[in-house]
Design a protein around this ligand. Structure first.
Ligand SMILES: Nc1ncnc2c1ncn2[C@@H]1O[C@H](COP(=O)(O)OP(=O)(O)OP(=O)(O)O)[C@@H](O)[C@H]1O
Ligand SMILES: [Mg+2]
Length: 323
């Protein structure tokens, strides 16, 4: 039950598909063995009621609110209107997990990601990363932590500096983590990043406009990986790309997440795309998480009417005519 007394469909992560980093403890711990830390989640496995799965969340979003106030009515109106872009969101994400955040345009997905990265301050609530409450840290400490979480945006052309070559863009991002790296080591690091993201290192002196949309998104992903983050938030990273290129970028993200052990928050308005990539899905509607659970459960057995509508909106291939 949420704060406003409404029931929302939440399923504990790990019941049907243990998440990476979850500790399986076969004996029931005594109460005095339990850390007081709120990050400890206890739930009894539905398959093995005797087992208690203890998992420590990597990222814990607690009762997060972000409101915007805007002038209501005409130019000369003195009234204001409050927009509840993020309206009491609580979510936890395990290390190495892919969380898919899905919802229609304007439901608050980007505001949630910006708020949890502290790019915009929350109205209330907290964001706890690796046990540390980010909302309580001073600005210079947040800047340091931000190296650990990077973003990939929808429009790679807008997010890349058109006046910087790929090398300059990636070298600048590598230097954020390794400010004293020697030139040769820097070149090697940039080459390795480009190879990891499926780019030809021979093109490192080119500018963004000399690449295709898919290649630009690969550069944006390489830039996000350059400071060696632990958490990547990809905000609609394939929405601006052709369908054939979309799957290449999705597969790249999936491979990188697996190879590098990244924690990934993947944002999309397309439940089908999110289901393809994510371990767990959270469905957002009008600023609230209305349903969350394992990707299979949410996709195949949606509980919430809005999730059912999103599912129905996935384009289906026309049935082949009978031979
Ligand atoms: N800086 C801002 N000032 C005022 N209102 C804002 C601001 N940023 C976002 N909003 C409003 O907050 C709501 C959520 O916007 P947001 O961009 O987070 O949605 P979204 O789910 O990411 O949408 P989309 O899928 O189109 O990217 C919208 O009503 C938007 O108009
Ligand atoms: Mg958005």
């Amino acid at each position: 039950m949420n704060q406003s007394g409404k029931f929302v469909a939440h399923r504990p992560s790990g019941c049907s598909r243990p998440t990476p980093g979850a500790l399986l403890d076969l004996r029931r711990p005594r109460d005095d063995e339990l850390p007081e830390c709120e990050l400890l989640h206890l739930f009894i496995s539905t398959r093995h009621p005797a087992c208690i799965i203890r998992s420590v969340a990597y990222l814990e979003i607690r009762d997060l609110y972000k409101q915007f106030t805007k002038r209501a009515g005409g130019l000369f109106s003195s009234g204001t209107e409050t927009i509840r872009a993020v309206d009491g969101v609580s979510l936890s994400i395990e290390k190495g997990e892919i969380l898919g955040l899905v919802g229609e345009s304007g439901c608050g997905k980007s505001t949630l990601s910006r708020t949890l990265m502290q790019l915009t301050p929350p109205t209330s609530g907290s964001v706890v990363l690796n046990g540390e409450d980010l909302s309580k840290l001073p600005h210079h400490e947040i800047r340091k932590r931000r190296l650990d979480f990077q973003m990939v945006f929808q429009d790679p052309y807008a997010s890349l500096n058109p006046r910087m070559t790929v090398f300059s863009t990636l070298a600048e991002a590598v230097r954020q983590r390794h400010p004293k790296l020697a030139k040769q080591a820097l070149v090697e690091r940039v080459e390795a990043l480009m190879a990891t993201c499926g780019l030809d290192a021979g093109t490192m002196r080119k500018y963004p406009h000399e690449f295709s949309g898919g290649q630009r998104q690969r550069i944006a992903i390489a830039r996000a990986l350059a400071p060696e983050p632990k958490l990547v938030i990809a905000d609609e990273p394939v929405s601006a790309l052709d369908v054939s290129i979309q799957s290449q970028i999705l597969n790249l993200l999936k491979k990188l997440q697996k190879d590098l052990g990244l924690t990934l928050i993947f944002i999309s308005h397309d439940l089908g795309v999110v289901h393809y990539l994510a371990d767990r899905i959270a469905v957002m509607y009008k600023g609230k998480i209305v349903e969350s659970g394992s990707a299979e459960e949410v996709f195949h057995h949606p509980q919430n009417d809005y999730t059912k509508r999103l599912l129905a909106a996935i384009p289906k291939l026309a049935e082949a005519p009978a031979a």
